[in-house]
Write a protein that binds this ligand. Structure first.
Ligand SMILES: Cc1cc2nc3c(=O)[nH]c(=O)nc-3n(C[C@H](O)[C@H](O)[C@H](O)COP(=O)(O)OP(=O)(O)OC[C@H]3O[C@@H](n4cnc5c(N)ncnc54)[C@H](O)[C@@H]3O)c2cc1C
Ligand code: SF4
Length: 558
């Protein structure tokens, strides 16, 4: 903290006569909101660094590093522009620190927080007039646009939302028709990656004394948190954010579309842009990203595919989260809510109670929907114990090394396997929230509860995203080094059939599952019994934190 404080004191302008704004940790931009409109010499910003927040979950060290280093650099960048900066550290919740600061500086303006949990924390101050809440200007779409796109209300569908936006904004439209003749090129974007074109190396960023101090803080204060802190892969300054985005434009976006669903041990991101963590902190602004991609000279399937992610999926999930109050209020009624914040299985794996549990006794554990009534604990393999399933072990190791993984690894490896063994969707969500550097409630809850685990049924997706080994083998090179063979004895295929059999009643009406369920009914009885045995073997072995090996598998039917 010493260098940071010294530099801030040196740069900081006089606080008197400023109009003050509270900038939450994920609104680090002077391109939106009141800070964009004030002259630097008239504005003051309050930033709060709360170790209480950091302790709330077993967050990956890289995520803590990312948020703290970005917030500190943002403070310095703003002070350099002439904005007065009040940088407050605390080990208490935000409202306590903000109330004290407001007592001194007067009421503060703030854009509405993106995170539900921060909105809830600060509601009292908004009600008391300590905080004047303004619209969040980082979003690309409005509630009205979301509602207008979903004519018949829930279930909500992303493709209807996206088509509505394209028509309304004219993005990628020509004479009222989608450019290229269709709204989505997803069907063409499903190529396996065999090394050509070469995947870009993930970018690295300079390590400076601010980052070093954040690393010291993490070592001294948050050392019990999981994951590895890698300073040189951590973008922290406005310049780093520019560098990341230039890298994405130059090296990723042209090939983004075709390899969007591919996975490889040789590259954790392939042609994915790695911008989510900075988009979610507003170090990169979504509007700018979309505009610049539209202006790029790249193949249409890549351009459309990327725009759909940011304009479509990213906005859609936050609307659904908002419309359901974080899935507490569903069209069918209220969802049960956990009594205490979950730790994603940390305690079961580490044998130690998550320390924050004592500090957060007034907080709840989030909505607990489970359309498939899945209640199994999340296996310790997700915390780094070897499962023997190479795809899972590889993706988990990558996540704990970097706090990052691309969409298909999250969906078709992690969520797929967890769902196939009936893992509690809430526990899986809490794990994702802790493990990924880009996770916040508005984005992680819909993605895991809605897409990854089918906990919300057909509320926002049309079917559960589950598959056997054939899909993983087709889209990745994971299977080559695995003890199991995707074509003969991989247990994921048995898990898939056993899943369909166990949940047949719940899935029977789903038109998109008609074919797999018809195939299931044609599956030989002995095979189905074997599938169920393999399911029990995998579930119990992973629950005991042991390793699966072909030698221990239930024997195949004759
Ligand atoms: C189970 C599961 C959990 C996820 N958890 C998160 C999360 O905690 N935080 C998060 O930002 N994304 C999450 N996603 C969405 C997506 O996987 C990540 O945004 C993406 O992998 C980030 O990597 P990237 O920046 O290289 O993405 P790219 O593939 O380069 O995509 C570009 C951008 O599109 C946006 N985007 C794409 N898909 C989604 C989506 N489904 N929801 C929201 N934004 C999307 C992201 O901002 C991303 O940066 C999750 C997806 C799944 C299936
Ligand atoms: S063989 Fe099965 S467990 Fe092994 S990597 Fe392939 S899909 Fe995963």
């Amino acid at each position: 903290m010493n260098s940071f404080r010294a530099r801030l004191d040196q740069l900081n302008a006089k606080a008197r006569g400023r109009r003050w704004i509270y900038v939450p940790y994920d609104q680090l931009s002077d391109g939106i909101g009141p800070l964009a409109r004030e002259q630097p010499g008239d504005a003051g910003i309050v930033l709060i660094e709360s170790s209480w927040k950091g302790e709330r979950r077993p967050y990956h060290k890289q995520k803590l590093g990312l948020i703290l280093a970005n917030q500190r650099h943002f403070a310095l960048e703003q002070a350099k522009r002439g904005v007065a900066v009040r940088y407050q550290t605390t080990d208490r919740p935000y409202p306590e620190a903000l109330e004290r600061v407001a007592g001194e500086l007067g009421s503060l303006r703030m854009m509405e927080p993106a995170e539900r949990e921060l909105r809830v924390d600060l509601q009292r101050l908004v009600d008391d007039g300590v905080l004047e809440q303004l619209d969040h200007e980082g979003w690309l779409t409005t509630t009205e646009q979301f509602e207008a796109s979903q004519k018949s209300g829930p279930p909500w569908r992303m493709d209807a939302f996206y088509r509505h936006l394209r028509r309304e904004t004219g993005i990628l439209m020509e004479d009222g028709k989608p450019v290229g003749g269709k709204y989505s090129f997803d069907a063409e974007n499903r190529e396996r990656w065999d090394g050509d074109p070469p995947a870009p190396e993930a970018p690295t960023f300079p390590v400076d004394e601010i980052k070093e101090e954040v690393a010291d803080l993490i070592r001294s204060r948050f050392d019990h948190h999981p994951g590895t802190l890698e300073l040189d892969s951590l973008p922290a300054t406005a310049k780093d954010a520019e560098q990341l985005w230039e890298w994405a434009k130059q090296h990723c976006l042209a090939s983004f579309g075709p390899y969007e669903d591919a996975m490889s041990v040789r590259s954790s991101g392939l042609f994915h842009t790695r911008v989510s963590a900075l988009l979610n902190l507003h170090r990169l602004l979504p509007a700018r990203i979309v505009d610049e991609v539209l202006a790029l000279d790249i193949p249409l399937p890549s351009k459309e595919g990327f725009v759909r992610q940011v304009l479509g999926w990213r906005e859609f999930v936050r609307h659904v989260h908002r419309a359901t109050d974080g899935f507490r209020q569903l069209p069918d009624g209220e969802m049960p809510v956990g009594e205490t914040p979950g730790d994603g299985g940390y305690e079961r794996w580490s044998g130690e109670r998550w320390p924050a549990s004592e500090q957060v006794d007034h907080l709840d554990g989030g909505a607990e929907p489970s359309a498939l009534e899945s209640r199994q604990p999340l296996p310790a393999a997700f915390w780094g114990e070897t499962s023997g399933l190479r795809c899972l072990d590889h993706v988990v190791a990558d996540v704990w090394a970097s706090g990052y993984g691309h969409h298909i690894t999250r969906l078709m490896v992690l969520s797929n396997i967890a769902t196939l063994i009936d893992t509690s969707p809430r526990e899986l969500t809490d794990w994702f929230w802790a493990a990924y550097a880009d996770a916040y409630d508005w984005v992680v809850e819909p993605n895991v509860l809605g897409m990854g685990s089918f906990a919300l049924g057909e509320l926002m997706t049309t079917k559960p995203y589950v598959s056997g080994a054939a899909y993983i083998n087709r889209m990745s090179d994971y299977c080559a080094g695995c003890e199991f063979d995707p074509k003969t004895d991989c247990p994921i295929t048995n898990l898939y059939w056993a899943f369909l059999a166990r949940h047949k009643k719940q899935l029977d009406d789903n038109p998109r599952l008609r074919l797999p369920l018809a195939n299931l009914s044609r599956r030989d009885k002995k095979r189905r019994r074997h599938d169920a045995e393999v399911f029990r073997w995998v579930r119990d072995t992973l629950n005991d934190a042991e390793t699966l090996s072909p030698a221990d598998a239930p024997s195949e039917p004759d």
